[in-house]
Design a protein around this ligand. Sequence first.
Ligand SMILES: C[S@@+](CC[C@H](N)C(=O)[O-])C[C@H]1O[C@@H](n2cnc3c(N)ncnc32)[C@H](O)[C@@H]1O
Ligand code: SF4
Length: 297
Amino acid sequence: MIKQIVYLGWWFFKARFLGQKNPLQTVLFISDRCNLQCKHCSVYQKENPHNMTYEQIREHLEYSYRLGSRFVDFEGGETMIWRDGDKNINDLIDLAKEVGFFSATITTNAQLPFTHCKADSIWVSLDGIGPYHEAIRGKGTFARLEQNIATAHHKALSVNMAVNTLNYESVDETIEYVKNNPHIKSISINFHTPFEGTEYLTLDMDIRNRIIDKVIAYKKKGYPIMNSVSGLKKMKHNNFKKRCWVTNFIYPDGSRGLCIGDGTDICKQCGLCMAGEMASVFNFCPDTLLAGMKLRM
Ligand SMILES: C[S@@+](CC[C@H](N)C(=O)[O-])C[C@H]1O[C@@H](n2cnc3c(N)ncnc32)[C@H](O)[C@@H]1O
Ligand code: SF4
């Protein structure tokens, strides 16, 4: 823990005062193969999906570590279906630790059981309650998600909601559901980001801002919302100085770089809460630093 705090302090000093733009976290897309075809997603590939090998993932982890990154999020495609021979996602968590990462997280659609998952934290994608979730993710997905969350017995399981035109009316009930579900620690609210082919799901800015105000009110009442108030406020106008270089991305085809929205019009309509959170971390907003520490340590 002390080692981590010292590293974070040193990283922050170098970034803030010496202008060194080294990533602190890595988003590693280990595959674009998936067992769902969600309406809002442009990652999954039906034809000829990529699937990184264990050794390729090792190289990407070592590369990211050398850049300065110490936190890794394994993303897909569906992370729980990743395999290379007898290796599965738990072997990747062990590998990340072996390389030196402080923590390793996965994001999953929770369609398969993930009992015994060794990730430090797990993000389950929950896009509304019942029919709202299923309008995006398909029939039967909500029941399987509920069942697998209940049997996961993981100490740091949170959910991630991507709010769009199909599910925005379910935000209140989803926040209540999370509060009352003993298996879920917190919820992170994101908005649809119009990656190619999914533009029609983007929410009108007025509706988005009303939802953000509501989420801030829930947070102030003590609901388990992961987003910080500073990060949420930034997402309201979305014209803050982005600091997304805090994360380096590695894509399923092995290409390395920044978020694919970087420098494009998509960036102006970004709904990913991490954009606001990273900018707030950089501005030393205490509530964001606290939320980040709670999440990561
Ligand atoms: C691409 S998925 C991969 C992990 C896993 N298959 C899952 O669904 O949780 C990672 C996260 O990105 C979110 N996502 C996908 N497309 C999005 C978009 N256009 N805007 C915002 N979030 C999106 C998903 O809802 C999910 O929470
Ligand atoms: S489960 Fe995840 S990767 Fe698969 S289609 Fe849905 S959002 Fe995309």
